[in-house]
Design a binder for this molecule. Sequence first.
Ligand code: ADP
Length: 254
Amino acid sequence: LAAPSAAGQGSDGQPEGAVVLALDVTEKEETDHLRREFSGNVSHELKTPLTSILGYAEIMKAGIVPQADMPDFAAKIYSEAKRMIALVEDILKLSKLDEGLGEEAHGPVDLQEVCKGVMNRLEAAAEAAQVSLEFDGTEGSQPVYVMGSLPMLDELVFNLCENAIKYNKRPGQVKVTLTAEPVCLTVADTGIGIAREHQERVFERFYRVDKSHSKMTGGTGLGLSIVKHVVKRHGAALELESQQGKGTTIRVCF
Ligand code: ADP
């Protein structure tokens, strides 16, 4: 409550009216809570591979590993360290998005080109997973422009396609469709699907339906939360349709 200025005084010199300042702290508290939870999760997620690395290194250091098993131990350390790097990279991407960085790179982005680039980069992974990767773009490869950030949109398309390959069956299919009017990107797979009770939660940071599968495929549990963030930053809409055992379709409309 603030006292009014002299101009707000009545004829008897007493204050006339009042100024009330109400601050809604709910959102801030929620953000603080999410931040604390995120730091806790980050520490846990980083500690797990680090503990493995330490364990393997200790045994090797003690000289009790037979020479023939050394490459195996080294490979385990290598893959845990790779996992840590992937985690740190994803955490950095998320914190960049949180801080609104990368916006300086805003401009017209051709989604058709982004999709083609992602398809090229994922070709080998799809082949190794026995998944056919099909792209249905615009007629005559006409560009599809949206205003946004190229690295962020590339990340969005990449994460959706990578998941569609990772959580697929053998053999499986992934179809990526891009339309110009309206501008919509659809990634449909014939994979394992997501049960109803997990469908909202998969966009949460570190949420994974099946931790062991995700670890095997090198997931960090951050891919879809990055997607959600990028969608929000671009004022787009996100839709998920999935049937367990049948497949998943994710659509982003700009
Ligand atoms: P991850 O790094 O584990 O893949 P994401 O945030 O990308 O993390 O996805 C979260 C979880 O959602 C995954 O662990 C997986 O269980 C599930 N998921 C994501 N995409 C698909 C998909 N296309 N089909 C089935 N499950 C999926």
